[in-house]
Design a binder for this molecule. Structure first.
Ligand SMILES: N[C@@H](CCC(=O)N[C@@H](CS)C(=O)NCC(=O)O)C(=O)O
Length: 206
């Protein structure tokens, strides 16, 4: 019923893979090599992925793009992982928008700029991203400091999957985390189905 087009190097793809794995939803996975020019990428990905980006999820013949929008779709579809009630979904939606604007921007750029494209960022941009990341990770650590297991309480939701998307590559982004985020990541990594992004089946790291 599901086909996910993703990349082992993409935390945006990883968020969706993690949800599919932890929710035990059967899916087919196709690795897209992002080093290939967009126009040369395989069909049907090339025609169907509206903005040319991974992840792309095909579900019952319909395309779904944008990682956090896909997560919301899956939460609603499964009525789980935050999709249990409209109120719970509303709380997840808030975190997903925060993620996209904050830690889902600062952390991927820190990683990309240091791991893949050290010459490509104008001077000062990575320093600014680091400033933002420091604020973002401090905010998340504070949020988790009350001892709750996951962002919305006792059970994991799409908010957790979105927020941790790029967090399992701290050495590549040259970042570290506070104690509450560290403990939360450890809890995520014990969920059934969890694997490091590079260890997901069919993943082809660069
Ligand atoms: N806002 C998008 C971002 C997705 C994104 O940036 N994907 C990158 C990989 S992480 C991509 O496919 N880039 C296309 C390319 O490298 O040509 C989402 O949340 O899905």
């Amino acid at each position: 019923m599901f086909t996910l087009y993703g990349s082992a190097e993409s935390g945006h793809s990883y968020k969706v893979r993690l949800m599919l794995e932890v929710a035990a939803l059967p899916y087919r996975y196709e690795e897209i090599d992002l080093r290939i020019e967009r126009d040369a990428r395989p069909e049907p990905f090339r025609s169907v992925a509206k903005f040319g980006e991974v992840p792309l999820l095909m579900h019952a013949g319909q395309p779904y793009i944008q990682s956090n929008a896909i997560l919301l779709h899956l939460a609603q579809h499964t009525a789980a992982f935050g999709g249990e009630t409209p109120e719970r979904l509303a709380r997840c939606r808030e975190w997903l928008f925060w993620e996209a604007n904050r830690i889902g921007t600062s952390l991927p750029h820190l990683r990309f700029g240091q791991r893949f494209d050290p010459q490509g960022y104008p001077q000062g941009v990575l320093a600014w991203m680091r400033q933002r990341f420091d604020a973002d990770i401090a905010r998340l650590d504070e949020e988790l400091s009350d001892g709750r297991a996951f962002v919305l309480g006792d059970a994991p939701t799409v908010a957790d999957f979105a927020l941790c998307g790029y967090m399992f590559w701290p050495e590549q982004a040259r970042v570290s985390y506070g104690p509450h985020v560290t403990a939360w990541l450890a809890r995520i990594s014990t969920l059934p189905g969890w694997r490091h992004p590079y260890d997901m089946p069919g993943a082809v790291p660069f």
